[in-house]
Design a protein around this ligand. Structure first.
Ligand code: SAH
Ligand code: F3S
Length: 487
C-alpha cells in the first residue's frame, strides 16, 4: 500500500485558473506525500508570474515538471517511467519541450539526471523553488540548470500557493519543512534538510485567505508537525541559543493550533503527520477543547518491537507509545487513529513481527499505511545495516499486517452503524454521480444521496451501512454547529 493521503491524485497533472496574459504552458505532476502536492502549488504560483498557465495536456506543454518522491524505491521507479514517457513525447511530438525534476529525487540524483538522462533540462531541490525563474533563463540559453541547495530558512511563507485541481473545500497549509529526527530508514532528512517552522502570522493569513475564498477545512502539514516551534525564525536545533525574549514569545504546535482554531471557528482543522516522540499531551488537550479541530490523529509507529524501534532510532518504546495512546483515548474517547508500519526492517525476527501485530491489536487503529522495508541510499540503515530479510518474508509479514489492520478497520467502522455523523461534502462520489462524498470528524469517508445539498455543506448523515472503508448513509439535515454555534 502506498503512503498517500489522496491516492487517486498520484501523478495527476494539476491545473489552476488561467491568467489571460500568460502564453506559456506548464504541465506539472506530483508523486509521493502531501507535502509534494502542496509544494507543487507553490511552484505553480511562482511560474504563474513567469508567464505560465497550467495544462493537463503533456503534448502541448512548454515546460514539464515532475515533483518526485524518494521514500521507497518503488516511488523512484515510477518517476523514471514518467521521464521515459516525456522523452517519447519530446521526440515524437514536442521537440522544444523542457523537462524539470523537482523534489526529493532532485537532491539525490542530480548528476545522474543531467548527465546520463539527457532528457532532463532542470533539476530543482525542495528548498530552491524560488530560483526556478533564474534556472529557466539558464535553460533558455541552452545550459542545464540545477539548484539542489538545502536551506536553513526557506519556508515559502511569503508565497501564497495557488490551489491546483481544488475542490474549493479542503486545502493543505504547510507549517514546517524538513525533519531532524533521523529515523535510520528514512531519506527525508537528507532530501528535505533540517527542520524549520513557518511564521505563525503567515500561516494565519493563509488560512484566513482560504476561509474568505470559501474553503471549509485545512490540514496543517509537515513531516513532523508536533515539533513545530517558532521563535522568530531559525532552526529548531538552535532554539537553546535564542534570546530570553525570543524564548518567552515562542509558539509551539499546541499554541499554533489553538490560534488557528480560534481565528477560524467555522473551519475544520486537521494536521499531519505526528511523531510519537514529539507529540505532547497539550496538543491533545487543545484538540479536545475545540470542536473545530478534528478528532483524528495519524501517529506512525513503524514497529511493535522495542529492539527494532531502537535500531530505527525512534526515540520511544512500545510501552511509552501505548501510554500515549491510552492518554489520547482518555482525553478524546471518540478519536480516530491511524498508523504507518514497516515490515522486514533489518534483523526483524518473527517475534519482532508478532510484536507489531500485537501492537496493532492493542491500539485497534482505524486505518493504516503499511509498507515493507526498502533500503534507501545514504540513510544510516543503508550504511550500517544489512538489508537481510528476504523479499518474500517482508511481503508475507506485510500481508499479515494488512490483513489484521483491515479486519480491525472493518470492525471499528461498525461503531458508526445507525449513528448520526457530521460530514463535510467534498465532491461527487466516484461510484455514483447521484451521491456526495465527504469525511466525518474521524476522517472516515461517507457517501449519501445528494438531495438539495451542495459541495462545502456540513451535513448530518445517518449511517445505514458500513463497508470495509466507507460509510453509506442518508443526509438528515445541516450540521448545527457549523451554521449556528461557535465555541
Ligand atoms: N513524518 C513523515 C514520514 C515520512 S515517510 C510523514 O509526514 O508522514 C512516510 C512513511 O513512509 C513512514 O512513516 C514510513 O512508514 C514509510 N517509510 C519511510 N521510509 C521507508 C523505507 N525506507 N522503507 C519503507 N517504508 C518507509
Ligand atoms: Fe522520516 Fe522519521 Fe522524520 S520517518 S520524516 S526521519 S520523523
Amino acid at each position: 500500500m502506498e503512503k498517500i493521503i489522496d491516492e487517486h491524485k498520484q501523478g495527476e497533472a494539476l491545473t489552476l485558473e488561467r491568467k489571460l496574459e500568460n502564453s506559456k504552458k506548464l504541465f506539472i505532476e506530483s508523486y509521493g506525500c502531501q507535502m509534494n502536492f502542496a509544494d507543487s502549488e507553490v511552484v505553480a504560483s511562482i511560474l504563474a508570474n513567469e508567464g505560465y498557465n497550467t495544462t493537463q495536456n503533456l503534448e502541448e506543454a512548454d515546460l514539464v515538471l515532475v515533483n518526485t518522491c524518494s521514500i521507497r524505491e518503488k516511488a523512484e521507479v515510477t518517476v523514471r517511467k514518467r521521464l521515459e514517457k516525456y522523452q517519447a513525447v519530446k521526440r515524437k511530438q514536442n521537440p522544444t519541450m523542457k523537462v524539470g525534476v523537482l523534489g526529493c529525487m532532485a537532491e539525490r540524483l542530480k548528476s545522474k539526471f543531467l548527465e546520463e538522462e539527457k532528457i532532463v533540462d532542470l533539476v530543482v531541490g525542495p528548498d530552491a523553488y524560488k530560483d526556478i525563474p533564474n534556472l529557466l533563463s539558464e535553460v533558455e540559453e541552452g545550459r542545464d540548470a540545477v539548484n539542489v541547495i538545502l536551506s536553513k530558512e526557506e519556508t515559502y511563507g511569503d508565497i501564497s500557493p495557488v490551489r491546483l485541481q481544488t475542490n474549493g473545500v479542503t486545502a493543505f497549509v504547510s507549517i514546517t519543512r524538513g525533519c531532524d529526527n533521523m529515523c535510520t530508514f528514512c531519506v527525508v532528512p537528507f532530501t528535505r534538510g533540517r527542520e524549520r517552522s513557518r511564521d505563525p502570522q503567515s500561516i494565519l493569513e493563509e488560512v484566513e485567505d482560504l476561509a474568505n475564498r470559501g474553503f471549509k477545512e485545512i490540514t496543517l502539514l509537515g513531516q513532523n508537525v508536533d515539533s513545530y516551534l517558532w521563535y522568530g525564525g531559525g532552526l529548531k536545533k538552535d532554539f537553546d541559543k535564542a534570546s530570553e525574549m525570543a524564548k518567552a514569545t515562542a509558539v509551539n504546535f499546541a499554541q499554533l493550533m489553538d490560534m488557528v482554531a480560534k481565528a477560524q471557528p467555522k473551519m475544520r482543522i486537521r494536521f499531519s503527520t505526528s511523531n510519537p516522540q514529539d507529540m505532547t499531551l497539550d496538543v491533545i488537550e487543545v484538540m479536545a477543547s475545540h470542536k473545530n479541530i478534528c478528532n483524528y490523529i495519524h501517529l506512525p509507529v513503524q514497529s511493535g518491537s522495542d529492539r527494532i524501534l531502537k535500531l530505527m532510532n525512534r526515540q520511544h518504546t512500545v510501552a511509552e507509545y501505548k501510554t500515549l495512546i491510552d492518554n489520547i483515548k482518555n482525553l478524546i474517547p471518540d478519536i480516530g487513529i491511524s498508523q504507518d508500519m514497516i515490515t522486514g526492517f533489518p534483523t526483524e525476527t518473527e517475534e519482532d513481527h508478532q510484536g507489531t501485530l500485537d501492537l496493532i491489536d492493542y491500539v485497534k487503529y482505524d486505518y493504516g499505511f503499511m509498507f515493507y522495508y526498502s533500503e534507501r541510499p545514504g540513510t544510516l540503515a543503508e550504511r550500517k545495516m544489512e538489508d537481510d530479510i528476504p523479499l518474500e518474508i517482508k511481503k508475507r509479514r506485510l500481508q499479515d499486517v494488512i490483513d489484521l489492520q483491515r479486519e480491525i478497520s472493518r470492525k471499528n467502522l461498525l461503531r458508526y452503524q445507525d449513528q448520526i455523523i457530521e460530514v463535510l461534502i467534498e465532491k461527487e462520489s466516484k461510484k455514483n454521480k447521484d451521491e456526495w462524498s465527504g469525511r466525518n470528524d474521524q476522517n472516515v469517508v461517507a457517501v449519501f444521496p445528494k438531495g438539495d445539498y451542495k459541495v462545502g455543506d456540513f451535513v448530518n448523515v445517518k449511517v445505514n451501512e458500513c463497508t470495509t472503508g466507507t460509510l453509506i448513509g442518508e443526509a438528515v439535515g445541516y450540521a448545527d454547529y457549523w451554521y449556528n454555534n461557535v465555541d
